[in-house]
Design a protein around this ligand. Structure first.
Ligand SMILES: [Zn+2]
Length: 145
């Protein structure tokens, strides 16, 4: 690969031998020419923004999980500490839940729905059923190791 100094200093792979980028030059960095999309500063800034966006998404997800746990705690009678200790075990049991998993998720979904409808006792029944099912699956998972 031989880059002509007057062109954008980026080699495009993909065809037989590849070729030098032939987009319009829009900037010069350290004496080298670049088009808009291959400008090292532009790329750096783009990665920074992507990382920022991922951070925002993580924060939203964490908040959603915390809210979900808080709502479960409110209806199941478990404390947040108890829920937090049960949750990793539930995750561990997931591969063993196969048949039960879809009904568990459905029960949790129904539980959240009836909380919204102001029926905490019904929600509590749903959540307790999920916890009982998960505990069975956890026992199965631990016995199977
Ligand atoms: Zn280029």
């Amino acid at each position: 690969m031989q880059l002509k100094p007057e062109g954008c200093q980026e080699w495009i792979y993909g065809d037989y031998r590849g070729h030098q980028c032939n987009r319009k030059i829009t900037c010069t960095r350290d004496g080298k020419n670049y088009c808009t999309i291959h400008d090292p500063q532009y790329i750096k800034e783009k990665h920074r923004k992507q990382e920022e966006e991922r951070g925002r998404e993580r924060a939203i997800k964490q908040k959603q999980n915390a809210l979900f746990a808080a709502r479960l705690a409110a209806t199941s009678g478990l404390t947040m500490e108890e829920l937090q200790s049960v949750t990793p075990a539930m995750i561990k049991a997931l591969p063993y839940l196969t048949g039960q998993l879809s009904t568990s998720i459905e029960a949790l979904r129904l539980a959240l729905q009836v909380i919204d409808e102001g029926q905490p006792n019904t929600a509590r029944e749903y959540v307790c059923a999920v916890i009982a099912g998960s505990q069975q699956a956890i026992a199965l998972a631990e016995g199977g190791e």
